[in-house]
Design a protein around this ligand. Structure first.
Ligand SMILES: Cc1cc2nc3c(=O)[nH]c(=O)nc-3n(C[C@H](O)[C@H](O)[C@H](O)COP(=O)(O)OP(=O)(O)OC[C@H]3O[C@@H](n4cnc5c(N)ncnc54)[C@H](O)[C@@H]3O)c2cc1C
Length: 504
């Protein structure tokens, strides 16, 4: 069979890739060897940036907002037990005073960065929602189907897959390898990885217990002295992470009761897990027609920042519009080189920030000596430097808060409410958009077939009333003219051709 893009792996990264590709009208087939999601969820915390991407794809409303108060990040405290004494609070996002760019501006005003709140839903609930939406948009999702081998040539990729019956071939223009941290595809391509590598192994027990009364103060993560790490999926299910030892069921119950500090509650053990926690970033994110996404590209420990799944979903979002543009002939294949140029530095920055932060356990070796960046910078203020961005030089920092960027090309376009419930971000997501208010820009964009959105307030984009910003289909600013040039049509055409590797 023939498809445009074959995605291998139906975890959060692969399913998001199928969703975003289908959203852009690409024919996509996904194969996942398991029949469904693992009954033991891993991720539960999804950032507001992830919320924004899912908002654009029309599913944010179906997802429960994060339990944690917006803006306060995820709070964690060391305790004697859940019911016992509480000691110091540790932060996986640095509190404002530790950060070089705290979130309260001079004068005490708070800045709102996003129309989305974080999402608080367990991975085993999130994956089916993404899968259903991807199917609804036309993605061909084949569960219980394993890719056995693949090869690539100048014109495409051929994979051999097996579902219930005999193996068969799938021919695709491109392959997205979202096959997890062990990534057989990455290994077959001979792509090496850097980073700290193996950190530790943890056992976990997933259980259900009526413990909501201990969540009232907004703290959801507990480092229990002498036991381990306890947190909740926010739906009555809790997970206790322990050291790497075999535990019998009575021993697990005993550990759970020690962690709670009570043994008079009904506790249902659902399942157990064993997790290898490691930190590794691939030395390249693509080879030929194959692109790595999610944990296949970067395995990031969950303990300080919850970057793992969120960064994987962003990979998929970054790659999807580029593949769509190349497949529909709007851009030359060189646009695809910007995937590695944009996403690998993000993974490396997350790796650095994870080890610059305090994990509350201090068990993962030397602390990284790097300035701490707060979550607002990490979620909304990452800078892309690539050929798909004009004017983002090496002198600029890797990330800072949106108002510090002030519409800098290479950063996500800023959020401003245009009307109740309608954000500037709702203007972006499918094609290219020119943000401007001067009629000459409107004419120039019409000539190129680019949608022009006329906004009265252009200051958040760092523009004068006569300026313009060119925004990519992923909501990132590709180029801007702070004022009106002599020949706006020519300036826009040159910028569009260069940043989109465009054929128009
Ligand atoms: C305990 C724990 C808690 C975490 N909490 C968070 C959190 O709160 N927030 C966060 O952002 N991240 C968190 N993470 C990290 C997050 O879970 C991972 O980054 C994320 O799930 C990776 O998704 P993925 O799709 O890249 O890979 P995976 O989920 O590993 O999916 C890869 C898929 O590929 C399939 N596959 C592999 N080979 C083949 C093949 N040949 N054919 C077909 N299918 C194949 C596998 O079956 C698998 O389903 C946590 C991780 C752990 C361990």
């Amino acid at each position: 069979m023939k498809t445009d893009v074959l995605v291998v792996g139906g975890g959060l990264a692969g399913t998001s890739a199928a969703l975003f590709l289908a959203w852009h009208g690409v024919r996509v087939t996904l194969v996942e060897k398991h029949p469904g999601s693992s009954p033991h969820p891993r991720a539960v915390g999804f950032t507001a940036r992830t919320g924004e991407m899912l908002r654009a794809a029309g599913i944010e409303d179906e997802l429960p907002p994060s339990r944690m108060a917006k803006g306060f990040g995820i709070r964690r405290v060391r305790v004697e037990s859940l019911a016992g004494k509480r000691f110091e609070e540790t932060f996986w996002s640095p509190p404002a005073e530790q950060s070089p760019n705290g979130r309260t501006q001079a004068g005490g005003a708070q800045v709102e960065y996003s129309p989305s709140t974080g999402i608080g839903v367990a991975q085993d609930r999130m994956e089916p929602l993404l899968r259903d939406k991807a199917r609804e948009l036309g993605a061909d999702i084949r569960m219980s189907t394993r890719m056995l081998e693949f090869s690539q040539d100048d014109a495409g990729v051929t994979a051999v897959v097996r579902g219930d019956g005999e193996p068969y071939e799938i021919r695709a223009d491109y392959l997205v390898a979202a096959d997890g941290h062990r990534s057989p595809v990455r290994e077959a391509l001979g792509i090496t990885r850097g980073g700290r590598g193996y950190l530790h192994t943890s056992r976990s027990v997933l259980f259900r217990a009526p413990l909501d009364e201990y969540l009232r103060d907004g703290i959801g993560q507990f480092i229990v002295d002498g036991v381990g790490f306890l947190t909740t999926y926010g739906d009555g299910r809790w997970v206790l992470m322990l050291d790497d030892r075999e535990y019998s069921e009575p021993e697990l119950r005993q550990q759970i009761f020690r962690a709670i500090g009570r043994d008079d509650l009904d506790v249902e053990i659902i399942t157990t897990g064993r997790w290898t926690i490691s930190a590794a970033v691939a030395d390249r994110f693509s080879r030929g027609r194959v692109f790595l996404a999610g944990d296949a590209a970067h395995t990031l420990p969950p303990s300080r920042g919850g970057f793992g799944a969120n960064v994987g979903i962003e990979d998929a979002h970054n790659l999807a519009w580029k593949l769509a543009a190349v497949l529909n002939g709007e851009s030359r294949p060189s646009l695809l080189d910007t995937y590695d140029a944009e996403r690998r530095p993000v993974a490396l920055l997350c790796h650095q920030q994870i080890f610059a932060r305090d994990d509350g356990h201090n068990r993962d070796g030397e602390r990284e000596d790097a300035p701490l960046l707060d979550n607002d910078a990490m979620h909304f203020g990452i800078l892309y430097r690539s050929d798909a961005v004009l004017g983002a030089g090496p002198e600029l920092p890797a990330a800072q808060r949106p108002e510090q960027w002030n519409g800098q090309p290479g950063t996500r376009a800023p959020h401003v409410w245009l009307a109740p419930g309608k954000s500037t971000l709702d203007l972006f997501g499918r094609g290219w958009v020119l943000v401007a208010d001067h009629p000459q820009w409107e004419e120039a964009s019409a000539e190129l077939g680019i949608r022009c959105e006329r906004l009265e307030r252009l200051e958040p984009f760092g523009l004068s009333a006569k300026g313009a910003s060119l925004v990519r289909p992923d909501g990132y600013i590709a180029w801007r003219a702070e004022d009106l040039p002599d020949d706006p049509a020519d300036a826009l055409k040159t910028a569009f051709r260069r940043s989109s590797a465009g054929t128009r």
